[in-house]
Design a protein around this ligand. Structure first.
Ligand SMILES: Cc1cc2nc3c(=O)[nH]c(=O)nc-3n(C[C@H](O)[C@H](O)[C@H](O)COP(=O)(O)O)c2cc1C
Length: 178
């Protein structure tokens, strides 16, 4: 089994990475973690290549995600203005070729069925509603089944209690069934 972790935090030792590292201890098999702030990952530039050609014109680290050689996809991000961080949102824009290829060329990209797990952290700014919309789209395009009742780990008051000290995080991780 291979796990791909897309870490949308700029901090390698921050709240999001703490939760990700705890999860990694429970996962068997190969794990590849991409720190999106370090990755070579352009946003979609609306060049419209995908209106006329299969795939995307931009050749960068997105190819690792499009490779589709993983069985578990973990999306992890701090909440920024109720949404995910900018590189995680850029990643979603890059999946636009899937929509355009289908719409303009009737080309279907079929990603293998996989499991999705979500990690969100927030300082305490309320419900991360836009973040949930964004990650649900990423999971949908990459064909990851995401059960928000079981596979969603969050710590949304990190200004006062860090993820490391959040007892609910420990409980959520313990409950996850690997
Ligand atoms: C630009 C910016 C915007 C933020 N917006 C929100 C927000 O809308 N809601 C929230 O709860 N926290 C917000 N935060 C706080 C971070 O989500 C929080 O500090 C998080 O724990 C950081 O995770 P990290 O240590 O993995 O980077 C924001 C932080 C920054 C830098």
């Amino acid at each position: 089994m291979k796990t791909l972790i897309l870490n949308g935090s700029p901090h390698k030792n921050g709240d999001t990475s703490y939760i990700v590292n705890e999860l990694k201890k429970k996962i068997d098999g190969e794990i590849e973690e991409i720190f999106l702030y370090d990755a070579k990952l352009s946003p979609c530039i609306d060049c419209r290549y995908c209106w006329k050609n299969k795939g995307c014109s931009i050749k960068d680290d997105m190819q690792k995600i499009n490779n589709d050689d993983y069985d578990l996809l973990i999306l992890a991000s701090p909440v920024y203005f109720y949404n995910v961080t900018p590189p995680m949102f850029s990643l979603l824009t890059r999946l636009n070729y899937i929509w355009s290829n289908k719409h303009f060329l009737d080309i279907t990209h079929t990603f293998k069925n996989k499991r999705g797990i979500l990690v969100l952290t927030g300082g305490g700014g309320g419900e991360p509603k836009h973040a949930l919309d964004t990650v649900n789209l990423i999971f949908k395009y990459l064909n990851a089944e995401f059960d928000s009742e079981k596979d969603y780990i969050y710590s949304l008051n990190t200004d006062n209690v860090s993820a490391k000290d959040d007892i609910n995080v420990k409980k959520m991780i313990e409950k996850i069934d690997f």
